[in-house]
Design a protein around this ligand. Structure first.
Ligand code: AHR
Length: 483
């Protein structure tokens, strides 16, 4: 079965299932409110600085700086993170790291690029002080942010001290933003294009260096850059001043999303002259910064994730009380974020609305039909679920049809039940960027496939899959992507 057949098919990727219109599923666990910190000090008093919180397949995932290891937690609701188990990503149990990347593992971020996950993190050589930090990349061996991972590369960067790498895609290009300099201060924000997730293309350019007093509290530092793209604008939100000072704050650089990002002239006058999110002693919030952003409810809600302390000057190297907080933010007319004031701890905040995920169970019936209640299966231990085995004719699997209630961009997840033989599954897409997945490796009974995003109009839609062998589909899930 090759791309010949695929190419010949007027590839229109739809989701089709017996013409029934489906509504969003009931049954997904939801919460109406949550409280900060979403990640308080743990039982041993460990904090959770530099939180990278993202959504995937209907769950919340978080990475943070954690005592020399790269870790994640995952939960169905924000309030669930505090009690969720901390899982180690790196180094794997029993593996010791080469000395040059064995100390002070900081600020991990898990990013999905293509059909793999990449973790960007900072580390230094044990025993040499904090001036030799480099940025490293791990690559997932599977389709899940949980890993397992393999070491991929050190990013080749000219600054002796380079930390806090983050990546973002814009207009078909992949970029790296990070903090660095000759020493840990003054630290500037740099930007580079990547030719692939682990290779820097050309020379990075400096896009921000500390210039205002609010960027020079204790030490002159710009770090923890994070991209926020909205309304035709690229906002690079960065953290300013020393992370141990009670005056750590967020700053903002804003440029047109279509500009030449690697031209230094693009960034002239891009810095907003005041902090955009800062200490609020009246609310007992000190040193908010180095976080991340996510959206929910199909892009109608946006969330600011950050660390802060409830006592001034208890940040990095000064007491370690940086806990993870989340709060909503809105947008100004010009595509820049309006973060407002940091929220006091302990208040009930309105929780994110659950995504209107559409889920269809594949039943062992003559034809696909939605279960009586299109429910959400989150737990991949659902071995017991009956799947429907589709047998290919000339590589084509039977079409599946159902109706879409709301036109939009959806991320498509397929859950297939493994079989005795290894195999493959291909999604035929309208843009011919077909998605290919290996299937059913004997050791995996349930395989979650993230087949990327597709635009779907309202009405009857169908999915065309290709395969070389029978495929047992368990569940199809469509998650609305942000607008
Ligand atoms: O929290 C550890 C480090 O402290 C982070 O990587 C950086 O943003 C800050 O300097």
């Amino acid at each position: 079965m090759g791309s010949r057949l695929i190419g010949a098919v007027s590839a229109i990727a739809y989701i089709v299932l017996t013409g029934l219109l489906l509504t969003a599923p009931a049954g997904a666990q939801t919460q109406s409110s949550f409280r900060n910190p979403v990640l308080p000090l743990d039982a041993s008093g460990n904090d959770s600085p530099d939180p990278w919180l993202f959504r995937h397949d209907g769950r919340y995932w978080i990475n943070y700086t954690s005592d020399g290891q790269l870790v994640y937690r995952s939960a169905r609701v924000l309030d669930g993170l505090a009690d969720a188990r901390e899982h180690r990503i790196w180094p794997p149990e029993g593996q010791t790291e080469p000395v040059e990347r064995s100390a002070e593992l900081w600020a991990p971020e898990t990013h999905r690029i293509g059909n793999r996950w990449y973790v960007y993190y900072t580390a230094t050589t044990a025993g040499t002080g904090i001036y030799s930090h480099r940025i490293y990349v791990l690559e997932s061996k599977s389709d899940s942010p949980a890993g397992p991972y393999r070491f991929k590369a050190e990013l080749s960067l000219p600054q002796p001290y380079a930390i806090d790498g983050t990546v973002f895609e814009l207009k078909g290009k992949l970029y790296l933003a990070y903090s660095g300099g000759p020493l840990f201060t003054p630290a500037s924000i740099y930007l580079a294009e990547l030719s692939n997730p682990w290779t820097v293309k050309g020379l990075p350019i400096e896009v921000s260096t500390p210039e205002y007093d609010w960027e020079k509290q204790s030490f002159a530092i710009n770090e923890g850059p994070e991209a926020l793209i909205h309304g035709g604008r690229l906002n690079l939100i960065f953290s300013a001043s020393w992370c141990g000072s009670g005056l750590y704050a967020l700053g903002r650089l804003t440029v047109p999303a279509g500009a030449d990002l690697i031209d230094p002239a693009t960034w002239a006058d891009s810095k907003f002259p005041d902090p955009v999110f800062e200490t609020d002693a009246a609310r007992g919030v000190y040193g908010p910064g180095h976080g991340s952003f996510f959206s929910t409810n199909g892009g109608k809600e946006w969330w600011n994730v950050y660390h802060a302390t409830d006592q001034a000057g208890k940040g990095c190297f000064t007491g370690g009380l940086r806990t993870t907080r989340v709060q909503r933010f809105t947008w100004n007319w010009d595509g820049t974020p309006r973060f407002g004031r940091p929220a006091s701890l302990g208040n009930d905040l309105v929780a994110p609305k659950p995504d209107r995920t559409i889920a269809i169970q594949a039943e062992l019936k003559r034809s696909f039909r939605p279960s009586a209640r299109a429910s959400r299966i989150e737990d991949s231990r659902f071995f017991g679920y009956a799947g429907m085995t589709l047998k290919p004719k000339g590589g084509k699997l039977p079409a599946m049809k159902f109706g879409i209630l709301r036109k939009g961009r959806y991320r498509l997840y397929l859950r297939v039940l493994g079989g005795p033989q290894a195999g493959w599954l291909k999604l035929v897409r309208p843009d011919a960027r077909n998605v290919f997945r290996k299937l059913a490796r004997p050791r995996e009974r349930v395989v979650n496939l993230d087949l990327g995003t597709i635009n779907l109009n309202r009405g009857r839609r169908f999915l065309r899959l290709r395969s070389g062998q029978p495929v047992t589909l368990d569940q199809i899930r469509l998650q609305p992507e942000r607008k």
